[in-house]
Design a protein around this ligand. Structure first.
Ligand SMILES: Nc1ncnc2c1ncn2[C@@H]1O[C@H](COP(=O)(O)OP(=O)(O)OC[C@H]2O[C@@H]([n+]3cccc(C(=O)O)c3)[C@H](O)[C@@H]2O)[C@@H](O)[C@H]1O
Ligand SMILES: Nc1ncnc2c1ncn2[C@@H]1O[C@H](COP(=O)(O)OP(=O)(O)OP(=O)(O)O)[C@@H](O)[C@H]1O
Ligand SMILES: [Mg+2]
Length: 249
């Protein structure tokens, strides 16, 4: 495990150097993926790394866990409360679209959730530019395969060190790094609305996704679900599409 961690730490150092940047930061949610990245950037850049805690209607337990992570990782950190900014932006959008008679109540929960992720992304880039740091993402192999992230939200980052790691491998690394127990045992959640759970929303367990990624056989229903998620989100793993170059005249 030490070698695997060193491999990621060396890679982070190389990419930051290549970019001419000074260090790296990550958004800290109180969840396991960002906790592992917190420990990795601390190892890679002991004096040039930052954890950024960005609460939006966040449960107190998760904020406590986020602080426990940065303190245990000995990572420099800053907290920026985004609840009011989010509420103001969301309600301005809602007000105008209601006035226009175009407001779609059905898509509003997901629209609001993705706005939260994109507001965090914009904030992380503003903070990163202040320090001359790169923004490190937390997507793992299971989230990447299923497209379970917000395009240009939590998916809008510079580097993705965990991209080849199954959720189970993230957990193993978290245990090895001594991430706080409550964070390791917590049910994975994007926390974008009350009671949200990754597995409930995806309609498949991480265990099944991990097994599939390992080449093992999973139930036909799970495989069908996984393929549907993967295909539907292919656009998120690509650069934005443009038309073929016009060759006339
Ligand atoms: N074929 C296509 N080609 C090009 N673009 C396409 C497209 N289909 C949709 N789009 C665009 O993509 C948008 C949909 O993608 P997107 O905006 O990402 O939204 P969407 O995939 O609908 O929702 C994001 C999902 O990720 C989850 N999430 C978000 C954030 C964090 C976490 C977490 O685990 O912490 C999880 C969230 O709960 C939700 O299930 C559409 O509104 C459209 O603009
Ligand atoms: N309150 C928050 N403050 C700062 N960053 C956040 C916050 N909420 C989410 N993020 C960022 O969005 C990323 C995506 O969230 P996601 O839920 O997938 O990861 P996680 O919370 O670290 O782990 P888990 O998937 O097990 O919940 C987080 O890793 C973090 O970088
Ligand atoms: Mg989470």
């Amino acid at each position: 495990m030490d070698q695997r961690i060193n491999h990621l730490v060396n890679w982070l150092q190389m990419k930051v150097k290549e970019a001419g940047a000074k260090g790296a930061l990550v958004g800290i949610s109180g969840g396991i993926d960002s906790a592992v990245v917190a420990y990795l950037i601390k190892r890679a850049f002991p004096d040039q790394s930052l954890g950024v805690i960005l609460p939006i209607n966040q449960r107190v337990e998760d904020q406590t866990d986020a602080v426990a992570v940065v303190e245990k990782a000995d990572l420099n950190y800053v907290g920026i409360e985004l609840t009011d900014s989010y509420k103001e932006t969301y309600s301005s959008i809602e007000k105008k679209l209601v006035e226009k008679g175009d407001w779609n109540e059905e898509t509003s929960q997901l629209g609001g959730a993705n706005l939260q992720a994109r507001l965090r992304m914009s904030t992380l880039y503003a903070v990163a530019s202040n320090y001359g740091y790169l923004v490190v993402g937390t997507d793992n192999a299971a989230e990447d395969y299923t497209g379970y992230f917000t395009k240009y939200g939590d998916g809008g980052v510079d580097l993705v060190p965990l991209i080849h790691m199954r959720k189970e491998e993230v957990r193993e690394m978290a245990e090895y790094l001594d991430v706080p127990d409550t964070v390791i045992r917590k049910k994975p959640s994007a926390e974008l609305w009350e009671g949200q759970s990754d597995e409930d929303e995806m309609g498949i367990t991480y265990e099944a996704i991990d097994a599939y990624l390992l080449g093992e056989t999973i139930s036909p229903e799970d495989e069908k679900r996984l393929q549907a998620l993967h295909e539907r989100t292919e656009h998120k793993r690509q650069v934005p599409a443009g038309p073929p170059k016009y060759k006339g005249e």
